[in-house]
Write a protein that binds this ligand. Structure first.
Ligand code: HSE
Length: 463
């Protein structure tokens, strides 16, 4: 089989005979892959593997064969795979198959996925998964089982879809003491926020648009309430700092309560609001949080719009690095899944000690650094208050902030409408601890001259 061309434009390709010689020298037993699920991700991987077979084989050094897929709808899957591999409706036929080397899990959720993944591991299969929820919640159990069974568990597709952020964190940045990560890691919410800002839409209308376009699910809760982003931030945090996965300690706040007026005021002050997954190393522990965040509009990451994802990683040696791309979709996710399959193919004969550790750090070198409760994080804040437009109101509010040792960075008072004795005040603070801002907000809300609750949005300088 001829592979490549002698030359094409200015690009030089190796002679076909040379490549064929290389492949025949490497004529090793194919790696056999079993797929659990043939939905968007599973079928995407199947298709890209078939389409780029030769290119992938030249990289992996051996053939990668999908030999079996387990699906609920055998008839539909039969048509999709068109006789290329066996189709079964029993996932145990994949995870127990002695011929299969790698099980690729693309079902999602944790029931029955956790059981299937653990069974596959018990049976000596390497596992590739795109399942962030599974890893963020059950990762420690899965990695312990995998270590015992001497198999690899790879999960590039679990965070930011096609962006190779796991590879970057685990390998490319391995020299660094990573200081913080901040990412737009949920495309659905980023699309909604872009729509709200660009078209001045309210959240509910933008969500309906996202659903109509197929970006948001019929039940969008996991995306809009920040849970999906928190799963991904949890995984990145573990890899960046060498701690176990601790989803239950993450602070999670979504965008469903975000008002378009705050997006507008933020813009007037030179900021954009993004749903960020943030994890940061501090002297007293790790911050792990997902929430709407004001970022200076001139920052590159503030200009990531629509369904795109981007992750900023700050390491002590390299400084800030940024990774951008599609965080979802059949082929971007397949790109990550197949990268994992190739990694496993290259390394599966290596000793455990010579493989890349699951969480980037050796298992006996994981740290017990605590994840901090949200009251202990330090950041700056945007506050919006509806107040009586009368003498002394601002003075009272600034006194409360001063009592909590909170310094004001900027202040904007909107002109009150004629005949209306109320107005909006927007305050940007310097960095403080969350517990101090909470105390200040309680005191401010108790004032007779302050109407309704104070809106509070965290801000990040990302510098
Ligand atoms: N639902 C996710 C998103 C993609 O909107 O980015 C899968 O994690």
């Amino acid at each position: 089989m001829a592979v490549g061309k002698i030359s094409e434009g200015s690009v030089y390709y190796d002679k076909p005979s040379k490549i064929n010689n290389f492949l025949s020298r490497k004529r090793m037993k194919p790696i056999k892959v079993g797929l659990l699920g043939l939905g968007t991700v599973g079928y995407g991987a199947f298709r890209v593997l078939a389409r780029n077979q030769e290119e992938i084989q030249r990289r992996a050094g051996r053939c990668i064969d999908v030999t079996k897929v387990a699906v609920r709808n055998v008839e539909r899957a039969g048509k999709l795979v068109d006789g290329v591999c066996e189709v079964t409706d029993n996932p145990l036929n994949v995870v127990m198959d002695p011929e299969i080397d790698i099980v690729v899990e693309t079902i999602g959720g944790d029931d029955p996925t956790l059981e299937l993944v653990l069974k596959a591991i018990d049976n000596g299969k390497h596992v590739v998964t795109a399942n962030k929820a599974l890893l963020a919640v059950h990762g420690n159990e899965i990695f312990t089982a995998a270590r015992k069974a001497n198999v690899m568990v790879a999960f590039e597709a679990a965070v930011a879809g096609g962006i190779p952020i796991i590879k970057a964190l685990r390998e490319g940045l391995t020299a660094n003491r990573i200081q913080w990560i901040a990412g737009i890691i949920n495309g659905t919410t980023n699309f909604i926020l872009s729509e709200m800002r660009e078209k001045g839409l309210d959240f509910d209308v933008a969500l309906q648009d996202a659903q109509r376009l197929g970006y948001a699910e019929a039940d969008p809760t996991f995306d809009i309430e920040g849970v999906d982003a928190a799963h991904k931030a949890t995984i990145m945090s573990a890899i960046a700092f060498g701690v176990p996965v601790q989803f239950n300690k993450a602070y999670v706040e979504g965008i469903s309560k975000l008002s378009s007026i705050d997006i507008k005021y933020a813009e007037e002050l030179g900021y954009r609001i993004k749903l960020l997954g943030i994890t940061r190393r501090t002297d007293i522990g790790i911050e792990l949080r997902v929430h709407p965040t004001l970022i200076l509009a001139k920052r590159l990451i503030a200009n990531v719009e629509g369904v795109m994802n981007a992750v900023l990683v700050h390491g002590d040696a390299v400084g800030a690095t940024m990774y951008y791309g599609k965080g979802a979709g059949a082929e971007p996710t397949a790109s990550a899944v197949i990268a994992d399959i190739v990694d496993i193919t290259r390394l599966h004969t290596a000793d455990q000690e010579n493989r890349v550790p699951y969480l980037a750090f050796q298992h006996d070198a994981l740290s017990s650094m605590p994840v901090l409760p949200i009251e202990q994080i330090r950041t700056s804040y945007y506050l919006r208050l509806r107040v009586a437009d009368q003498t002394g109101v601002l003075a009272e509010i600034t006194r409360i902030l001063a009592n909590q040792n909170i310094s004001i960075d900027a202040l904007l008072q909107k002109e009150s409408r004629e005949g209306e004795p109320q107005t909006d005040i927007i305050i940007l603070t310097h960095e403080t601890q969350e517990k101090f801002i909470n105390s200040a907000i309680s005191c401010i809300e108790a004032l007779d001259t302050v109407f309704s609750q104070v809106t509070r949005i965290r801000m990040e300088t990302l510098s």
